[in-house]
Design a protein around this ligand. Sequence first.
Ligand code: PLP
Length: 437
Amino acid sequence: MTGMPNDLSAFWMPFTDNRGYKAEPRMFERAKGMHYWTPDGRQVLDGTGGLWCVNAGHCREPITQAIAEAAGELDFAPTFQLAHPSVFRLATKLAEITPEGLDRIFFTNSGSESVDTALKIALAYQRSIGQGTRTRLIGRQRGYHGVNFGGISVGGIVGNRRQFLSLPGVDHLTHTYNAEHQAFTRGQPEWGAHLADELEALINLHGAETIAAVIVEPMAGSTGVLPPPKGYLEKLRAITSKHGILLIFDEVITGFGRVGAAFAAQAFGVTPDMITMAKGLTNGAVPMGAVACAEFIHDGIVDNAPPGIELAHGYTYSGHPLAAAAGLATLGIYADEGLFERGAALAGPWADAIHALRDLDVVQDIRTIGFVAGVEMKAKPDAIGARGKAVFHRAFDDGLLVRATADTIALSPPLIASEADIGEIADKLRKAIVTAA
Ligand SMILES: Cc1ncc(COP(=O)(O)O)c(C=O)c1O
């Protein structure tokens, strides 16, 4: 089916201003490589890898072929007390690229499910090793950990919390962003490592014996691209280790080459106890997420359990055959084309191109790391987000997909981008800011 649909009313769109969108809809009909095409045939350069997920570029042949073959061969197989070969192969391949020791893989269907899975594993682990009083979870302000109850509770975005209930027994660290000390930083800011000491303060307040885990995005993505201050993650690691608290990195965005290595944990040289991931795991082609767990966590739960099911958790589609096929093909492309290294090599030209937008009056900060950028514009008085939305629309209509979170434009192109694509992204964004903002 091609062309614009006649009726837009039945689809209640997620995280969308449904009234605004349906009055002025924009959509994609097909995609290839670095580009999307709209139903009326306009080409749009993908500056965001879809939604931070299409790291290898769109509609890659090995992935589409693997999915088609899997669909014709084994459409579904349960992974509760049964399984199929490719899910084991994918877990093994994935464990080869996760940080050493994080090689027990639990599959989910999304980033939100990965987060809630990791939080549940943390609680189950503490209980399994006789630390059942450790039920408290610590997140961070400006953290985004998806939309399930665990994720919104440890997350730190008021808009995602105020319509709903939060879990009890959750506390938050302060976020790490400070414009005065960090504006226009390339890579990790020098200022801010001391903010990790707040964890000691929370431990003093609640008691270490009540805290199961700390979860942070190593680089906060959805709240505007906030790279971690130098030394900050190292401190979190030291404090959590000292107090028997598990450290979880939510790498749903940073995983799969986005910040200069397979995972941010490797790029920043800090190994957590669990990593949550999704998005780039299948290049966005089939929904799939995963939690990579340290062996001691897996063994702590599995070896201490009475005979029978050790962890009462899982999804009908955990390790779905189509997702497993897509994941294997995706990891194959990342390796064959050296895309993680490519992302790292592009960081320099990328930072140069994007930081050149600094001369625009409305731009108040630019943050780049790896192959990601956040271009923060001054908010219009009494209209937070209006400028971001206007730039997003203007860029789209001029053939560039960007993502606006409030007045920050986030960019995360596929890692196959050429230097010409980088130049085009910067030029089109400049034009959109100048004309729309
Ligand atoms: C860091 C982080 N965690 C979790 C999620 C949720 O992932 P999903 O939308 O696949 O549920 C996201 C989504 O952007 C994310 O950026």
